[in-house]
Write a protein that binds this ligand. Sequence first.
Ligand SMILES: [Fe+2]
Ligand SMILES: [Fe+2]
Length: 176
Amino acid sequence: MATAVGIPNDIVTFLKAQHRQAKVMLTAVLSSQGDEREQAFAALRDLLTAHESAEKRIVHPTARLALTGGEAIVREIAIEELAASHALIELSALNVGSEAFESKFRTLQANVLVHAAAEETQEFDALRSTIDPKQLASMLREVQASESMVAPPPAPGKQRSNGASAQIEARQPRTH
Ligand SMILES: [Fe+2]
Ligand SMILES: [Fe+2]
């Protein structure tokens, strides 16, 4: 089916585009310093938070039911996402110029790239070959609605959005 170039028409195309965006933003954090790195990290954190939240609410439940071995696939994906969420929280508490941040961030980068590749192969492509295209389009509309509630569309170098950051921070007990 012909679609306009660059405009996602289903959930798989949309989430894969976000994976590519995350890859660029991961690199942007490492190639920047100071305030610029702070902002690049905040934008990345917002993107990943919104992305994983939408997957958790709309994509994984469908995959769990629709795919052969879906339960095991989603269980593994969820473990990786929880680890990334914890890493983002830990990174948020570090000075972006510190060696600890650099080291932990490089680990996050590697893990996110592995996670995204596995997700695309085991979940997204499997969904596309299993599910009615109309349902995939409907899931895109659900995800877009979900992400608009979590955070505005992030972009490299933009300030963090309070919504997504608050969502991460809400999972952490306050110490003050
Ligand atoms: Fe994910
Ligand atoms: Fe993903």
